[in-house]
Ligand binder design. Structure first.
Ligand SMILES: Cc1cc2nc3c(=O)[nH]c(=O)nc-3n(C[C@H](O)[C@H](O)[C@H](O)COP(=O)(O)OP(=O)(O)OC[C@H]3O[C@@H](n4cnc5c(N)ncnc54)[C@H](O)[C@@H]3O)c2cc1C
Length: 486
């Protein structure tokens, strides 16, 4: 066979021999793929699950493992927090930005309690411990923490705030590995035919209908048949630097995080079958200035010496805004009362130190009267416990009044850590049906997780837990829908 291109589906009529015949073929064995396969087999389908790596896991297994769940989960209640599906939905709509899919936010929020129970039924263990600190994940075994902008000024007016990140019982960042070990065990308890070291190369079609995939296994190209549907769960495209440069150039200098499988193969196969890809420029891009939460008491400024964000916001919102400043220049001013230890993650270099704001301004090369005016205004309001410009919470609001003052350089060109993964992908219905540019479902083709544009579609509105929450929740829906066929 000649070169196989993911963007060129192959006519199933050319297949001489089918290697395996299933009802539902799930491609990619991360969170979305595992959940799609479990639901499909539980609905009575014969299911094949393919994975290019030597074991299931994907980026999910590398993740901190927080899952965005709410509406009054047993964990939230045990930790003393009230939440409702309506509040969760209102938060998702308020935080997520202009490209939010309201229908997706609605079913996600209103299905969250059922999804929590389903995860528990698969063996996922959540504990009833809450972590209150400002961190990127719970630092020990705690399950529940704040993970987005729920307590932000605008969001807290739209929805009663509640912590919604639920990490499976696991130490610090081992939540994703623990989640995937549990989902793998759930897959293994079922008659799902799992093939690892198997790369899907392109889709097979009969007319417009997707009926399988050509895959490379043991160095041989083999054909998998799917009588009801193929579910693409191949992750995102952050490791495909050509795709990043083409579709999401804003992310190209950020550090790609994820598994080597994030090559965009699922998106390309979907495009080849006539699907549309949307929000391809969007991604999680973060710069991490906390922990310690002390750094949230600092003041972010751009090269004009102006503030641009509340410094207690979620780190991906901060990263989004830092990248959006002119010349991608972003700095943080701290005083000696804050700078007691270097930041754990970002380790932003100290660019300049001054005994006064004016000295810092001059020596760092800001235009006269800019940075100093910003900091004087900040201090004046902070003394009164107010931040009328960006509404930073009082927990982190205090005047910078302990010289010397330092200017930390958070600009991406310093080479500091700006982790990033992609959020754009195939346009789908809430049941994972892949849509053409005119919004028509492609028969037999489904997608979930980062192969699709799911619940999180904006870096600015992202909260930890949204991606795995989306992949597991909508992976399940896609698996069930594929059994129904279409
Ligand atoms: C360090 C880190 C921490 C994170 N922390 C969190 C967090 O706490 N909470 C959260 O919600 N999100 C987090 N994320 C993001 C989140 O982990 C991912 O976005 C999410 O897990 C994606 O799930 P998925 O099922 O779509 O893809 P994956 O889990 O990546 O699964 C896709 C699978 O498809 C396979 N595959 C790809 N191409 C092919 C092919 N052609 N044939 C066969 N198989 C193929 C891949 O090898 C992979 O195993 C984090 C990410 C990183 C990197």
């Amino acid at each position: 066979m000649t070169t196989i291109d993911p963007c060129r589906p192959v006519d199933a009529g050319t297949v001489d021999e089918w290697f395996e015949d299933s009802d539902v073929l799930v491609i990619g064995y991360g969170a979305a793929g595992a959940c799609a396969a479990i639901e499909a087999v539980d609905a009575g389908a014969r299911v094949s699950l393919l994975e290019v790596a030597s074991a299931g896991g994907g980026t999910t297994a590398l993740a901190g493992g927080q899952i965005y769940l709410g509406g009054g989960t047993p964990v939230q209640r045990a930790c003393g927090f009230e939440d409702s599906a309506a509040d969760m939905e209102a938060y998702l709509l308020a935080a997520a930005g202009a490209n939010v899919d309201p229908q997706r936010a609605h079913v996600y929020a209103h299905g969250s309690l059922e999804h929590f129970d389903w995860l528990v039924a698969q063996g996922v263990r959540f504990n009833h411990e809450y972590y209150a600190g400002k961190h990127t994940n719970t630092p020990e075994y705690q399950t529940l923490t704040w993970s987005g902008n729920e307590r932000g000024y605008a969001e807290s007016r739209a929805a009663r705030p509640a912590p919604r990140a639920h990490k499976p019982h696991a130490f610090w960042e081992e939540g994703g590995a623990t989640l995937m070990a549990t989902l793998r065990a759930a897959v293994e308890r079922r008659p799902i035919r799992v093939h690892v070291d198997t790369r899907a190369l392109t889709l097979l079609r009969e007319g417009e209908r997707v009926v399988g995939a050509l895959c490379r296994q043991d160095g041989v190209v083999r054909a998998w048949r799917a009588r009801r549907g193929v579910v693409l769960c191949c992750g995102g495209f952050v490791m495909n630097r050509e795709m990043v440069a083409r579709y999401a150039p804003r992310l190209k200098d950020a550090t790609p995080i994820g598994s080597p499988g994030d090559t965009g193969a699922g998106i390309l196969m979907g495009l080849g079958a006539g699907g549309a890809a949307i929000d391809m420029n969007e991604g999680f891009v973060s710069v991490v200035w906390y922990p310690s939460g002390e750094f949230c008491k600092g003041v972010f400024v751009n090269e004009q010496g102006q503030r641009f964000v509340n410094e207690d916001c979620y780190h991906a919102r901060g990263g989004h805004h830092c990248l959006n400043q002119s010349n991608r220049k972003a700095y943080m001013v701290v005083d000696s009362g804050i700078y007691t230890e270097p930041p754990l993650y970002a380790a932003a270099p100290v660019l300049q130190v001054g005994e006064t704001f004016e000295e810092l301004e001059r020596d760092a090369g800001f235009a006269e009267g800019t940075l100093s005016a910003t900091l004087a205004t900040y201090n004046r309001f902070a003394r009164a416990g107010e931040d009328p410009l960006f509404h930073k919470s009082r927990d982190f609001l205090r005047p910078l009044d302990q010289p010397p003052f330092a200017l930390l350089d958070f600009s991406i060109d310093t080479g500091i850590f700006y982790p990033s993964f992609t959020l754009g992908g195939l346009d789908t219905t809430i049941d994972g049906e892949v849509l053409t540019p005119s919004g028509i479902p492609i028969p037999g083709l489904y997608a979930a997780g980062r192969t699709s544009a799911g619940l999180p579609r904006s870096g600015e509105g992202y909260a930890s837990g949204m991606s795995i929450g989306d992949a597991t929740f909508f992976g399940r829906r896609a698996g069930r829908a594929a059994v129904r066929g279409g």
